[in-house]
Design a protein around this ligand. Structure first.
Ligand code: NAD
Length: 442
């Protein structure tokens, strides 16, 4: 079966490489010629564990191709996946220009029946919008089906998530197209992946409901952590205890600087925006977003508080720039926003990230980028742990202490134990945790 994937970003490239691994013939299409030329040589535009091997294999075995020739890619394929970006537009609305462009292109070049499946996260009603645009762009009427197939992969674990998803959601009104989609995902039937087959509108809704629920969980535990800070309770014990209740679940109860990345921030806002347009006020989603915005400011206050109320003239070392570990994605990364505010307040920033420095260099000015964690500590007045990469979990703390001008650490990801840090002589703060007396059985 021939597949065309429009857009070779995090979702398009991973989907294309994984479908090729399933044995499909895949052509990935993008409008950036340089990206495609590099991909033909096996040079990836993103950092994603395991993706290089999969792309190399697909290229070597001839099942994965890259092109800017949209007409040919569309002509060859039975199923066309839309995986272009849907960034935030004005006032939380979704910027639909890339989806619209792809729909127009598909309409212009399709000559026989196609299944058009949307993997991009798009507001409810987009399947109808895509249908209308394709029909308007067709030189002459050709039959096609529109499917909503939202993607749930997480950056940093994208291959595993695609190959072993918790579920696959397929929305469509046309049995023939649904059968083609099931065929594409047939390798997942073998590992008994649950499938939710529904209509396009519901499938579109599912993606926003899922992301907003997860965002709410993060904002909830961040509010609880902020309260723990004040009343001197330990948020880790709270999160663990409530998470052991199976109705709540343990995941996404990690306090920190708030959610970032290319999905949660824009998806929560998009949901509230299109709900508003439908005359529905989603108060919980709105609150999740507001709490998340405020959390960044709280983290800056924590940092300034540890430096005597002002960071002006101070040097601050920051570990981690990407919005989460195992990715170079810095879109809406808390670290970047926090750094920008600290710089406005007069701080000098030294920073290190295992893979995201080239991306950060495009947007952050006047940062002294370092070659590793320890050179970041050297000569800094405080160390901020902003992204919980594995290599930051077992720092040589004695060495860190010796390199810092003063032993101050602000751990925004709660990686270290407050008691240990205190014992080692650090002035240490985390999110919703303080050193406390426990007996050794803890
Ligand atoms: P991205 O920005 O990394 O990639 C989008 C790609 O589409 C770019 O390479 C761009 O050049 C290309 N493109 C734009 N217009 C095009 C066109 N007309 N034809 C062909 N290619 C075109 O985006 P992403 O992070 O992969 O996200 C894509 C969609 O998937 C978004 O809607 C996003 O919300 C959703 N999503 C993302 C993730 C994630 O973790 N990144 C997870 C699930 C869903």
């Amino acid at each position: 079966m021939h597949i065309c994937v429009m857009g070779t970003g995090y979702v398009g490239l991973v989907s294309g490489a994984c479908f090729a691994e399933f044995g499909m013939q895949v052509t990935c299409c993008d409008i950036i010629p340089e990206k495609i030329e590099n991909l033909k040589e096996g040079i990836l535009p993103i950092h994603e564990p395991g993706l290089q091997e999969l792309v190399d294999k697909g290229l070597r075995e001839g099942r994965l191709n890259f092109t800017t020739d949209e007409a040919k890619a569309i002509e060859q394929a039975l199923t066309i996946f839309i995986a272009v970006g849907t960034p935030a537009g004005e006032n939380g609305a979704t910027d639909m220009r890339y989806v619209d462009d792809v729909a127009d292109t598909i309409g212009r070049y399709m000559r026989d029946y196609k299944v058009i499946a949307t993997k991009s996260t798009v507001p409810v009603g987009t399947a109808k919008r895509i249908r209308a645009r394709i029909e308007a762009a067709q030189p002459e009427p050709v039959d096609f089906s529109v499917i909503s197939n939202p993607e749930f992969l997480r950056e940093g674990a994208a291959i595993e998530d695609f190959m072993r998803p918790n579920r696959v959601v397929i929305g469509g009104e046309d049995q023939h197209a649904l059968a083609i989609m099931k065929e594409l995902y047939s390798p997942l039937y073998l590992i008994e992946t649950p499938f939710v087959i529904t209509d396009t509108t519901t499938a579109e809704m599912i993606k926003y409901a899922a992301n907003t629920f997860l965002a709410m969980k993060i904002s909830f535990i961040n509010e609880i952590a902020n309260l723990c800070d004040v009343v001197d309770a330990d948020v880790h014990d709270v999160a663990r205890a409530i998470g052991l209740d199976q109705r709540i679940g343990r995941k996404f109860l990690h306090p920190g600087p708030g959610y970032g990345g290319s999905c949660f921030p824009k998806d929560v806002q998009s949901l509230t925006h299109f709900a508003q347009e439908a005359g529905v006020n989603l108060q919980l989603a709105t609150a999740a977003h507001e709490v998340n915005q405020q959390q960044r400011g709280r983290m800056v206050e924590k940092i300034t508080g540890m430096l005597g109320g002002s960071v002006a003239g101070k040097t601050i070392g920051v570990l981690g720039l990407s919005f989460k570990p195992n990715t170079d994605d810095i879109r809406e990364a808390p670290a970047l926003e926090i750094i920008a505010v600290l710089q406005q307040q007069g701080a000098h920033i030294k920073a290190y990230d295992p893979v995201a420095i080239p991306a950060a260099q495009q947007v952050l000015r006047d940062v002294e980028y370092c070659k590793d964690s320890y050179s970041t500590c050297s000569g800094s007045d405080a160390l901020v742990l902003a992204t919980e990469w594995n290599q930051f979990r077992a720092l040589d703390l004695k060495r860190v202490q010796a390199l810092l001008n003063q032993p101050v650490m602000i751990d925004l990801r709660n990686v270290y134990e407050p008691e240990t840090m205190e014992r080692l002589g650090f002035r240490y703060t985390a999110v919703g945790r303080r050193p406390r007396q426990r007996d050794s059985a803890d």
